[in-house]
Design a protein around this ligand. Structure first.
Ligand code: G1P
Ligand code: ZN
Length: 544
């Protein structure tokens, strides 16, 4: 078994985005493309951090071939131990947990999250550090730098490595261990939540769940945790067989792509709680019977009811949200007398805050929430938070929402995505808003007056690093907002995301549909950025 030094050349465009390197799968299937990137990850790892790495993916098309190649490169580079999920499967939060539990130096996650999978669809790879967190920008910059100057990668040709649970292999200096994809993660959940309590509420008929795994990686996690351990009827666990193309769907848990679950939850037959998760298991959607919970509200309500969740029995210390996420969390934090941090979009920005114990709960408007137990957002965990709250409070989701809005005001929140734009046009919309700053200030949308227009930049309170240019904000006198930013996860054309938040403090006006409520503000946002004038798009492609 010989280590080969394979001559190669840099590919352009291997710069990681919001969440790693995402491209069409045929880009990854080109000779050397993936190998270059994996070698760049290894090259960027300090010599003392090549002891143990975790590897797993969401099972999408090309997962198997990618893992075989990654193992060949890691063996050739003399990594002492590699832990791989059985069949190459690990949800993103499970990778994060396994890195932490096994005290690994990091991990490689294969996923394009909620983007479709299959031939011609999307694939992705990212590196997580020793705390289980997506690598911070200093590390992704170092990896990118390596990809630009790479001249060779190391590889050994291995026989097809069968990833059956419990298997162990030794090649050259490397041991490869194949671990159960679910067991460690399920054990962690059992430590964090009161399973007996949830289970007896389900057995007693006062609580129940319908979960949609969207044919993605959380299927086996849902069967084990919700089915075997908590006693949810298997017929309520939908689409739990993981498929390489996610059944042809978009494994994105929102009202558009998880429509069947959403519609079922709006009927009389619905159980108290419905939930869905995405391709790699880090996103979640929460719906009560007749009551959709926006991700920003879900985060705020978890904070409000954190004493119902055993993990947070000692208190929250602090909380964090990404900048475009609604300010509902801030109002709860204020009432609990907790610091609330505002970070740029992308889970990696929560890493330092969690590592330093400044916060214990974080979330993003893009259907992501998690605690300090891992360093990724965590879909199944969020469902367990809601089951805990419902088992403890004995109120419906709809009642909990109403109560929250009455006490804290309602942030009517939605996001308008304008997809498929030429990158220049997308960038120009943001510049358009900024260039109008002086005339916008003082102008009105309905009863609201623009108080400020600015660009968000962030200084990490732990290491002092600065992230500039993280979105353009139009802020009204009543704290309502429009935020514009460009997506950093797309695999082809550009997407402008427009985030709309209006705060309604009057309880008699809190019961409307958020998408309808935000129509006028959405048109205002389109107009001041000249989106229609520039692109011809009067309406966004997707409203969530
Ligand atoms: C999107 C979301 C962001 C999330 C990321 C990864 O990134 O907006 O909150 O962290 O996916 O799931 P974007 O495409 O907006 O850069
Ligand atoms: Zn995801």
């Amino acid at each position: 078994m010989d280590v080969q030094a394979v001559a190669t050349q840099p590919f352009s465009g291997q710069k990681p985005g919001t969440s790693g390197l995402r491209k069409k799968v045929d880009v990854f299937q080109q000779p050397h493309y993936l190998a270059n990137f994996v070698q760049a990850i290894v090259n960027a790892l300090p010599a003392g951090q090549r002891r143990r790495l975790v590897v797993g993916g969401d099972g999408r098309y090309f997962n198997d071939q990618a893992i075989q190649l990654i193992l060949e490169i890691l063996v050739a580079n003399g990594i002492a131990e590699v832990l791989v999920g059985a069949d190459g499967l690990l949800s993103t939060p499970a990778v994060s947990n396994l890195i932490r539990q096994s005290k690994a130096d990091g991990g490689i996650v294969l996923s394009a999250s909620h983007n479709p999978g299959g031939p011609g669809k999307d694939f992705g790879i990212k590196f997580n550090n020793a705390s289980g967190s997506p690598a911070p920008e200093s590390v992704t910059d170092a990896i990118y730098h390596q990809t630009q100057s790479i001249t060779e990668y190391r590889r050994v040709e291995l026989p097809a490595v069968k990833l059956a649970v419990g298997s162990q292999y030794r090649f050259l200096e490397t041991t490869i261990k194949v671990v159960d994809s679910v067991a460690d993660y399920a054990a962690l959940m059992q430590q964090l939540f009161d399973f007996d309590r949830i289970k007896s509420a389900i057995a007693g008929g006062s609580l129940d769940l319908c979960f949609d795994a969207m044919h993605a990686v959380t299927g086996p996690y849902a069967r084990r945790i919700f089915g075997d351990l908590l006693g949810v009827d298997p017929v309520q666990l939908r689409n739990c067989t993981a498929l390489a193309d996610f059944g042809g769907g978009h494994p994105d848990p929102n009202r558009v792509y998880a429509r069947d679950l959403y519609e079922f939850m709006m009927t009389e037959q619905a159980p108290p709680l419905g939930a869905a998760s995405d391709g790699d298991g880090d996103r979640n959607m929460i719906v009560g019977r007749g009551a959709f919970v926006s991700p920003s509200d879900s985060l705020a309500l978890i904070a409000q009811h954190h004493t119902s969740i055993p993990q947070f029995a000692a208190g929250l210390k602090g909380v964090a949200r990404s900048m475009p996420t609604s300010t509902a969390l801030d109002r709860v934090a204020q009432s609990l007398n907790l610091p609330c941090y505002e970070t740029p979009t992308g889970w990696k920005f929560f890493g330092n805050l969690l590592d330093d114990g400044l916060v214990r709960l974080c979330g993003e408007e893009s259907f992501g929430t998690s605690g300090d137990h891992v360093r990724e957002k965590d879909g199944v965990w969020t469902v367990l938070c809601w089951l805990s709250i419902l088992a403890d409070r004995r109120q419906s989701v709809a009642d909990l929402l109403r109560q929250h809005w009455t006490e804290f005001g309602r942030s009517y929140y939605c996001r308008h995505d304008y997809e498929g734009l030429p990158p220049d046009q997308a960038q120009e919309t943001l510049e358009q808003v900024l260039s109008q700053r002086d005339s916008l200030i003082g102008s009105r949308c309905g009863s609201m007056t623009v108080a400020d227009v600015n660009v968000f930049s962030y200084q990490d309170p732990v290491d002092g690093s600065v992230a500039d240019n993280q979105g353009v904000r139009v802020i009204f006198d009543d704290e309502s907002r429009v935020v514009y930013r460009l997506s950093g996860t797309g695999t082809d054309a550009a997407t402008v995301r427009v985030y709309l938040e209006q705060i309604e403090r009057e309880s008699t006006r809190q019961g409307q549909d958020a998408i309808v409520y935000n129509e006028v503000l959405g048109r205002f946002a389109n107009h001041i950025a000249a989106i229609e004038a520039r692109t011809g798009m009067a309406e966004p492609t997707v409203k969530t």
